[in-house]
Design a protein around this ligand. Sequence first.
Ligand SMILES: [Zn+2]
Length: 235
Amino acid sequence: MNRISILLLMVSPMCCAQPSPQFETEQLIGKKEISLAGEGYQLLPQAAAAFEQMKAAAKKKGLEIKVVSSFRSYQRQRAIWNRKYKANAKAGLSPQKNIQKIIEYSTIPGTSRHHWGTEIDIIDGAIPPKGDVLISRKFHNSGPYEPLRKWLEAHAQDYGFFCAYPDDSERPGFSYEPWHYSYAPLSKPLYNAYLELDLREALSDLDLDGSKHLDQAFLMSYRESHIKGINPVLK
Ligand SMILES: [Zn+2]
């Protein structure tokens, strides 16, 4: 081994502490324009191709996978956050309770896996929707989406998709979401790059209702519970 190789070996651990050069911070937090594919939804092209295969396979079993939500930009997530914050404040919730209520199901803008173009919220479009569709009991107990859930649990992994927030009482963070699937071959590297971000710095220009209550301590605990509280196969 020559001297340069030894020097490189000595400095290489330093490289691992830096944010992944593969992804820019703007992309990880939903502020970058990325090229997306899909009809009636938006995913990274590779994820969209895998999704189309999964959709075709489900169709053979009489299931019409319909995407309710896919890629969401920072601005879109911000609009969702502010709408919920205003409604909760109007109902009399304190800022702390307000934020806790929002983060049962919704993310702080800049921290959503939906920013990556690898995530989908899906239902069975063959069944006429009644009221809110993303309700976990509708995926169980002979609910309208139970057959879809069972099929996904058995077959989604064949196409690279896994439920991000499975039903596991040990899992912290977001509530059970039987509808939220993640395309692992792309979301895993994005997740690992995300964990290398300095969250406070990346989200330093948060311009949200209630943002003054999202301090460093809150963001650190949110990172541990909500960002890392996912299906272990997606890590
Ligand atoms: Zn989702």
